[in-house]
Design a protein around this ligand. Structure first.
Ligand SMILES: Nc1ncnc2c1ncn2[C@@H]1O[C@H](COP(=O)(O)OP(=O)(O)OP(=O)(O)O)[C@@H](O)[C@H]1O
Ligand SMILES: [Mg+2]
Length: 266
């Protein structure tokens, strides 16, 4: 049961943002001003007003801590566990879930493993050894940073275009190719792959994309200013279709330092 006082302790701008259900909304406000409170109360209100089922709400944030906090806050307002909110989470957790469902479209099995930084470094070191690359000249962490940058730009190895003057990138691209092949052979992904593979699956399989773009009725993104290129691309798949219900929450303090700002709705 929804607690009847869920709109208490909110200022007018917050109430307006929560009650505004039909149309896009960009909330720009300062740090600690109650943006996440608006987002979570809005989710509860959407469910309360039966505007969407919990599994039709895509709510994205950046850290596991923030995702957990959002889940707890919605549960508190709804007075029960927000268990139906299967699409509330971090970009990575939501992508991992999508990828498990459609792993074969990325050449993986659904029980793929997600490797951590140590495993990534180990794999790169092994590749360098096999390829006679001196890791003292080309550090594995540097190689991984370049690979991650390509992944964040949405590029598989065969899509990378090298500026011929960039010797480092020129040397790293063959490593990226081997690394990516090894990951597939090992039925594994790194964190970057979770989003990259998902974006590629949607690009290449409109039927799969349609399942989700038909399902999601509301999209809410906390701290939108932190999205990188590939994450924005991922979001655009949904925004194209459900544009009118998207809510993007941004922290203005990162753009205008030292200015006290109230919650604003555009
Ligand atoms: N209108 C309000 N009246 C009283 N307390 C409020 C109000 N709005 C938010 N709060 C409280 O202020 C604190 C910060 O809120 P919240 O986490 O939603 O802000 P935020 O803008 O998302 O912060 P951050 O920039 O850290 O992400 C929370 O404890 C929240 O419950
Ligand atoms: Mg917040």
């Amino acid at each position: 049961m929804l607690k009847s006082d869920f709109l208490n302790n909110l200022n007018d701008a917050q109430k307006e943002a929560i009650l505004h259900l039909d149309g896009p909304l960009l909330i720009v406000a300062g740090a600690g001003s109650g943006k996440t409170k608006v987002l979570t109360t809005r989710i509860a209100n959407i469910i309360h007003k039966k505007k969407a089922y919990p599994n039709q709400i895509l709510a994205v944030t950046f850290t596991n801590k923030a995702a957990k906090e959002m889940q707890i806050r919605v549960s508190k307002i709804l007075g029960s566990n927000a268990t139906g909110l299967s699409w509330l989470g971090t970009f990575h957790s939501i992508c991992a879930k999508l990828l498990r469902k459609h792993a074969s479209a990325a050449g993986l099995n659904s029980n793929f493993t997600i490797i951590d930084t140590d495993d990534q470094v180990r794999l790169i070191k092994n590749i360098c050894k096999a390829e006679n690359i001196d890791v003292k000249q080309l550090a594995p962490k540097f190689i991984l940073a370049i690979i991650d940058r390509w992944k964040n730009k949405g590029l598989y190895p065969d899509e990378v275009i090298i500026n011929s003057k960039d010797i480092f990138e020129k040397n790293i691209l063959p490593i990226y190719k081997i690394y990516q092949k090894k990951l597939i052979d090992l039925n594994s992904c790194d964190f970057g792959d979770l989003i990259l593979h998902t974006v590629k699956i949607f690009e290449k399989n409109p039927d799969i994309k349609d399942i989700y773009s038909r399902n999601f009725k509301y999209i809410l993104v906390d701290e939108y200013q932190d999205t990188n290129f590939i994450q924005s691309k991922w979001l655009i798949f949904w925004l194209q279709r459900v544009k009118i219900f998207a809510v993007l929450v941004m922290t203005i303090s990162q753009f205008i330092v030292g200015e006290e700002l109230k919650l604003k709705i555009f």
